[in-house]
Structures are given as C-alpha cells and as structure tokens.
Write a protein that binds this ligand. Structure first.
Ligand SMILES: O=c1[nH]c(=O)c2ncn([C@@H]3O[C@H](COP(=O)(O)OP(=O)(O)OP(=O)(O)O)[C@@H](O)[C@H]3O)c2[nH]1
Length: 190
C-alpha cells in the first residue's frame, strides 16, 4: 500500500521507509510547500502541516515534525531545532551546554490523513548530549544530532548504531507504530 510522506528531510524519509516497509507500506516522498509556525509544540506544528497536506488531494499522506529539547533550556530549541542548528552548529551547541545539564530528548509527531480522517501520533527518546565530540563529524543528512546524542540505556550514540539498534531507540518508530495500530484498529488497512 502506498503512502505519501510530505517531508524535505531525507533522514526522516529513510527512517520511515525502514519502519513501515515490514508493515507493507510503500513510502513515497512528495514535495509540498508546507508552512510551519515557529512556536508551539511538535504536535501542534504537525497538525498545521497535516491540514495543509491533507488538501493536496494526493491520497494517503503523512507529515512529521520533530525537535530536540535541552533540559538546561526549557522548551528550546524544540520546534526551532533545524533553524537553530543551521545558525549555531556544533560549536554553538557546545557553548550552550558548557557547564550545564546535558540531558536532552527528541520529540516527534507524525500526522496522517487517510480516507477523510486525520490523526497525530507522538514519540519521545531521552538521552544526553555528549561532553565532547571529534572536531570533524559527518552526520547523515537531516540528522545532525545523531553523532552527539546518547540515548538513555545505550552504550553508543545514534550515529554509531546499526539500523536495528537505532530502531530500538527511535522516537519516530514509536510514533509510526502507533499510527499503524490506529490504521489497523480503525480497519483502514488489512
Ligand atoms: O540528529 C537527529 N536525529 C533525529 O532523529 C532527528 N529528528 C529530528 N532532528 C532534528 O530536528 C529537526 C526537525 O525539524 P523539522 O521537523 O522542522 O523537519 P525538517 O525541516 O528537517 O523536515 P520537514 O519539515 O520537511 O519534514 C531536523 O532538521 C533535525 O535537525 C533530528 N536530528
């Protein structure tokens, strides 16, 4: 079964494909210009993206909004994660966290519109930002924090995990599995 995913983030797309293909979904990327507010929660932002995507008439469609939250700075960067990282980079993150609480978590919200119904599912993964990291790190596109984020209970950062290990800690997996269950419960898929 084909489901469109309105995202520009190739990391999100690859991860959604990996999670959803065992459930029989073929995830296809669709390029839609979606406005996102720069405030609120990832759930609210996902809802706003979903309203815009749902009217595209492209059939079953998903959106995703995600962010990193730093315990030292309540609510930040949250929905601004992408823009903040683009401006301050690893150097800025290191400065922000010098001498501060290094706990952090990812929050993600996946919205789906299918046969006239819309719903948003969330997932969260807690961990810490490393004390230090190599000067030159090469993250996967779209996932700049994977090399510096150590999930609680893990012995290595997300970037160094096999894809099966990464899946165990993936907040996107948690949200997408809830989505699959909802689609099954509401008998929207076989
Ligand atoms: O290292 C990471 N591992 C992850 O697992 C992860 N998940 C989210 N993020 C960061 O949070 C922003 C979301 O921003 P975002 O939801 O506005 O999405 P986006 O603009 O990248 O794509 P989209 O809006 O087209 O879907 C992304 O850009 C990344 O910086 C991650 N970083």
């Amino acid at each position: 079964m084909k489901i469109f995913f309105a995202t520009q983030n190739t990391g999100k797309l690859a991860e959604a494909r990996e999670i959803l293909s065992p459930f029989g979904f073929e995830v296809e990327s669709i390029d839609l210009p979606l406005d996102e507010p720069d405030a609120g929660t990832v759930t609210e932002v996902a809802r706003i993206k979903l309203e815009q995507a749902a009217v595209s008439g492209s059939g079953p469609i998903m959106v995703d909004d995600a962010g990193l939250y730093l315990a030292a700075y309540p609510g930040f960067p949250g929905v601004l994660t992408k823009r903040v990282f683009e401006r301050i980079g690893y150097r800025g993150i290191a400065k922000l966290l010098a001498g501060e609480d290094r706990r952090a978590w990812f929050e993600g919200a996946v919205g789906v519109s299918w046969r006239g119904k819309q719903k948003v599912f969330t997932g969260k993964t807690r961990g810490v930002i490393l004390e230090e990291w190599p000067e030159r790190i090469k993250p996967e596109p779209g996932f700049p924090f994977d090399p510096i984020f150590l999930p609680d209970g893990a012995t290595k950062v997300l970037k160094d995990m096999t894809s099966a290990e990464r899946m165990h800690y993936s907040y996107r997996r948690k949200a997408l599995e809830k989505m699959v269950n909802w689609l099954k419960e509401t008998e929207q898929v076989d």
